[in-house]
Every structure is written in structure tokens, then in C-alpha cells.
Design a protein around this ligand. Structure first.
Ligand code: HEC
Length: 433
């Protein structure tokens, strides 16, 4: 993709690190927005059909309230939908730099569908007319119902593709993939993730419905008590039902995730999301049991938190598997910077292995004595003919010896780690037997 190559900006290590956080943030915003958009449109559509069958104005009203939930104005569609979506694509372009794959192209396809879906759903929304004198909602013609349906289908297609690509991108093994990306979209891991997204979004939408119409907006006089009770109860049960199956989905999600993509952060975020979810269920159930919807409004933040934590959980896998790539990009940037400096006749920053070693390693290591970490005497021999192996370990420490804790990452740049290893072998190499 020649065109995308032009959009790559060489970035320093700290900029790349920042991009990773921005990616998580944009994903959280976009997932919540698009999820609520999708599920509230589906609910609006379903209630519209039920209303037509039963000829019941309450259901019509609910159908309208549902579509109004996340489409108060067009700025919202751009700010929470298109802008984060676009940022996500730009960040992926930077990170997939030098990998040849079609992931970005498919992201753009998904973006086009997303855009069309939004236009159609806004048309659907405007087709509802409120006749305030009678306090009920006009039944709109079947053409408008069709607009809604096509909008929903476009949206499902777009989001299914989008979240499939996000899940595939978690594993750097997929970045060089040249076969059919589309067939990979049907792997269990990808499908489970989408089900998780839809069901959690449905919970969020129905809680948002209660909070928005019963607490945030002043209730207008036209609403009758019957409508309040009916929609409150229906929405609470939808929220509870979809939230209830989340622990099982999370379990399957962990089970299908490749081991090399899981670390302590994944489990931590997974656990926290479960705790938030359980408190949510407790409050929401208390709400229906005692007919007190105020509890539900507190639980709104808990279900948002649950969703956020689940996204952070999957992004910790991305962090893990993109580590090597970010180091390569950082290294490229440093080389570029160095070359520029040399061109101007200046010397680049000198890297001194001994200095770094004394500053960063001696707190835990000595040559022939055990401190926090093992004595070098015992571990360096195996790297004698494999210095790159040692550089790799220092850049990205993994658990080796069960008698020691895991070595914390010292956040060295590749050049610095090489210099430290050179220094260590110069200093201690001849003392290894
Ligand atoms: C906070 C303490 C700490 C610091 C700082 C630290 N290490 Fe370690 N290091 C450890 C521990 C603990 C282990 C044992 C890890 C294991 O076996 O899982 C270890 C293991 C190692 C190993 C052996 C790896 C192997 O394959 O067995 C090397 C080499 C090493 N460290 C080099 C360094 C260098 C170079 C630095 C400085 C840049 C450094 N360490 C800084 C704690 C530290």
C-alpha cells in the first residue's frame, strides 16, 4: 500500500508509547458509542415491530426513545464515532509500519460502511414524528422501517469487521498474514469477542435508557405511569439478562486466547471487570426487586467500567505482542536521528555501557554474589555464543529461574542494551570458565 506508507511518521519511543495509550482510549470511546448505537437501534426496531403487531402506543414510544438515546445530534456521531474510528486507523498504520498486510484496507472498508449506517440510522430517527397533543407517536411508513433495517445491517457488517480486525491485530503473528483475512474472522476467538461486545452493549443501552429518561431528562407530563413502570421493568431485565452471561463469555474468552497473549495485566483487568460486573448485577437486581430505579443509575457507571476494563484487558495482549515491533520502530527512529545529526557534522549522543550498567543493574546484580538477581557468574556462560539472546532478555525479561522473582523491565533502548552486554562481556567475559 504505497498510499499508506506516506502516512507513516517516524516516531520516537515515547511517542509510540503514547500512541498505544491513545489507541486504548479511542477504542474505549468508539466501542461504547458504536455498541450503544447498534443495540439501541436494534431495540428501537424490535419495539417498533411489536408495537405495530399489538397496536400499542407505549411500545411505539419506547421504540422512539430508544433511537433517540444515542442520536441527540450529529456532532455526537462525528465526535464519538468517526473521529475515534479514524484515529484508530491512523495509529494502526504507524504500528504496522513495514508489515505488508490488508488489515488497514479492511479497516477503511469498515469505516465506509459505518458512515453509511450512521446516515441511514439518522434518517430512520427523523422519520419518527411526535404528536404531543395526543401524547403518542405516529406510526411511520414501512419505507422508514426499511431504512432502519438496512442501517442496522450495514452497522452490524461494519462493526463485525472492525472488531474482528482489532482482535486479529492483538497477535503480532497475524500481521504478516498474506492469506485470506476474511476466513480468519470466523475463528472462535474473534466470534466470542463480538458476542461479548454485543451483549455488553445491550446491557449498557438498556441501563442508559433508564438513566436518561428517568433521571437526566425532566419527565414530560405526557408520560403516563404505566409507561414508566413498563419500560423500567423491561429494560432492567434486558440489562440483567445480558450482564448475567458475561462471566461465562469472559471464561471462554480466556480459554480461547493463546497463552503467549496473556500476562498478569490480562488477569488483573479480567478480575476487576468481574468484580464491577457482580456489583452491577447486585444493584440492578435490587432495583427491579424493590421497584427502585435509582439504584440502576449508580449501576450505569459500573457497567461502563466493566466494559472499559474488558477492553483494557484485550489491549494488554496487544501491548505484549507489539513490544518487539515498538522496539524495532524506536531503533529505526534513533538511527534516523543519528544519521541526521552526523549529516550536520554533530555527534549523536554517546552511549556508555559501563555507565548504564552501574546506574541500572548493580542494585540487583553482582558478578559472583547473589543479590536480588542471580550472580552473573552463573548466567552469563549460556550467553557466551548468544549475545543477542542476552540483549533480547534485557529488553524484554521473562521468567527463567523459579528460585528468583521475575526481573523488572529496565526500559533500555536496543542500542543501550547492546552496549551494556558488550561492557559486561569485556568486564567479566574472561572470568567465566
Ligand atoms: C530490580 C532488580 C533487577 C535489576 C535492576 C536488574 N535485574 Fe537482571 N535479574 C533480576 C532477577 C530477579 C533475575 C532472575 C530472573 C529469573 O530467573 O527469572 C535477573 C536475571 C538477569 C539475567 C539472567 C537471565 C537468564 O537468562 O537467566 C541477566 C543476564 C540480567 N538479569 C541482566 C541484567 C542487566 C544487564 C541489568 C541492568 C540493565 C539488570 N539485569 C537489572 C533482577 C534485576
Amino acid at each position: 500500500m504505497e498510499f499508506f506508507d506516506k502516512m507513516i511518521i517516524p516516531s520516537s519511543g515515547s511517542t509510540l508509547e503514547l500512541m498505544k495509550y491513545l489507541l486504548s482510549l479511542a477504542l474505549v470511546i468508539f466501542s461504547i458509542y458504536s455498541g450503544v448505537l447498534l443495540t439501541s437501534s436494534v431495540m428501537s426496531f424490535i419495539f417498533k415491530i411489536i408495537a405495530a403487531r399489538k397496536n400499542n402506543d407505549n411500545y411505539f414510544r419506547m421504540s422512539k426513545d430508544y433511537i433517540d438515546l444515542i442520536t441527540p445530534n450529529k456532532t455526537m456521531a462525528i465526535g464519538l464515532g468517526i473521529v475515534p474510528f479514524f484515529s484508530i486507523i491512523i495509529i494502526y498504520i504507524q504500528i504496522f509500519n513495514n508489515f505488508k498486510n490488508d488489515i488497514i484496507l479492511f479497516f477503511l472498508v469498515s469505516l465506509c460502511f459505518f458512515f453509511v449506517a450512521q446516515v441511514l440510522l439518522y434518517l430512520y430517527k427523523y422519520s419518527f414524528k411526535h404528536t404531543s397533543s395526543e401524547g403518542n407517536v405516529n406510526r411511520t411508513g414501512s419505507i422508514n422501517t426499511l431504512t432502519g433495517l438496512i442501517g442496522i445491517i450495514f452497522l452490524i457488517f461494519s462493526l463485525r469487521l472492525f472488531f474482528g480486525l482489532v482482535v486479529l491485530s492483538l497477535d503480532s503473528g497475524n500481521w504478516n498474514f498474506s492469506g485470506s483475512l476474511l476466513s480468519m474472522l470466523f475463528e472462535l476467538q474473534v466470534v466470542i469477542n463480538f458476542i461479548q461486545f454485543i451483549t455488553l452493549s445491550a446491557s449498557i443501552s438498556s441501563v442508559a435508557f433508564i438513566v436518561k429518561y428517568f433521571y437526566w431528562d425532566k419527565q414530560d407530563e405526557n408520560i403516563n405511569q404505566e409507561y414508566i413502570n413498563k419500560s423500567g421493568i423491561i429494560n432492567s431485565w434486558i440489562a440483567i439478562g445480558f450482564a448475567f452471561i458475561q462471566p461465562f463469555i469472559l471464561l471462554i474468552d480466556f480459554y480461547t486466547m493463546p497463552d503467549n497473549l496473556l500476562n498478569n495485566n490480562s488477569y488483573l483487568f479480567g478480575m476487576l471487570s468481574l468484580i464491577a460486573l457482580l456489583i452491577f448485577l447486585h444493584l440492578a437486581y435490587a432495583g427491579v426487586r424493590y421497584n427502585n430505579f435509582r439504584n440502576i443509575s449508580y449501576s450505569f457507571y459500573l457497567i461502563l467500567l466493566t466494559f472499559t476494563l474488558i477492553i483494557l484487558k484485550s489491549q494488554s495482549s496487544f501491548s505484549l505482542s507489539s513490544g518487539q515491533q515498538l522496539l524495532t520502530l524506536t531503533d529505526n527512529y534513533d538511527k534516523l536521528e543519528l544519521a541526521l545529526l552526523e549529516k550536520e557534522g554533530k555527534k549523536g549522543p554517546q552511549i556508555n555501557g559501563a555507565e548504564i550498567y552501574n546506574a541500572k543493574c548493580t542494585a540487583c546484580h553482582k558478578f559472583d554474589q547473589k543479590l536480588v538477581g542471580p550472580p552473573h557468574k552463573e548466567v552469563m556462560a549460556k550467553y557466551l555464543n548468544n549475545k543477542e539472546g542476552m540483549v533480547k532478555f534485557i529488553l524484554n525479561p521473562v521468567k527463567v529461574n523459579p528460585e528468583y522473582p521475575e526481573m523488572p523491565n529496565q526500559a533500555l533502548k536496543p542500542k543501550e542494551a547492546e552496549a551494556v552486554v558488550d561492557f559486561m562481556f569485556k568486564e567479566y567475559g574472561n572470568k567465566l570458565n
